[in-house]
Design a protein around this ligand. Sequence first.
Ligand SMILES: O=C(O)CCC(=O)C(=O)O
Ligand SMILES: [Fe+2]
Length: 344
Amino acid sequence: MELESSYPPLFRRLRDSAPAIDPDNGSPTANPIPEPHPIPLIDLQRLDVEPERLGEACRELGIFRVVNHGVPLDLLTRLRSHARRLFSLPFESKQASFTTPLSYFWATPVLTPSGSAVSRGSQSVNWVEGLQVPVGQLSLLGDGDGDDDDGDDDVVTVLAGLRSLLQEYGVHLARIAKLLFQAMADDLRLDPTHSKSYLSESTGFIRLYRYLHCSKADGDMSGMEAHSDSSVLTILCEDDVGGLEFYKDEQWIRVQSAPDTLIVNVGDMLQVMSDDKYISVKHRVKVKKPEDRISLCYFVFPGQDSVIRSVKYRPFTYADFQAQVQRDVKTLGFKVGLPRFKLD
Ligand SMILES: O=C(O)CCC(=O)C(=O)O
Ligand SMILES: [Fe+2]
């Protein structure tokens, strides 16, 4: 059980005032939606043997599972348990210590380029808190070996441990993103003069998330709202609580949790690069178990000045896209996304 004092006060308040749910009618744990079609499995060591499998997964769903990814399973386990320890620290310590280059946020997943939460008026609350870590700036965090299992969880020790774990993980993620993107660029026959700047590992950041379970809340009070990612690619590692769902043919499909594998989804930038052949999949998180959920999400983007060209969209850079998203979230309360750049 996590310490109550570790939750942002907003969540404690909302949880206390949420109406209790009749367990026979609409409990978050009742009637879990099964995964009708398991998402495609991509074997990272067989990318060149079966290149069409990857293209097919991106065209049909925009989400797939990666096995044989080469990240030590022990590293994934340690990272998740380290993230859990980190979020279990008192809220006030987290707020005071998780500062630049880190961004600590809750209730919304939308941040400005400098890492502060974008306020959206009365939009619904996302039951998640997150810590954003730019992979290229990990060296600014303190030193540590990540194995400080002596129960002494002060912020400095936990952050130092996080640094060494994420440094190792970040190298694997950059390798995996590059391998996948190269195979996708081949599948799409992208012009290498453009596509070499379409994925820049130096832009990568990792978000650690803790999703709160709420036995009192209804489905709308758990998890993360429906969205597509603005990235080129997103690579997710989750624990066994699960809760990720994606949208296909007008229904939400629940993804089975498999903590030894990684889940990859196509982002908005890749959809544009593919002239809409690949799908930037709409997804959300619904925690339906009476436990908090931990996940780690890696996002990678095009090079800063890289102009993305497509027959379906006007040319733009990721910075143009991000600025438009921020304007829309501030003024409308939601991300409009790709339609803003689409040619008629
Ligand atoms: O935590 C997850 O499973 C997904 C998070 C997500 O979709 C996002 O941060 O964009
Ligand atoms: Fe997402």
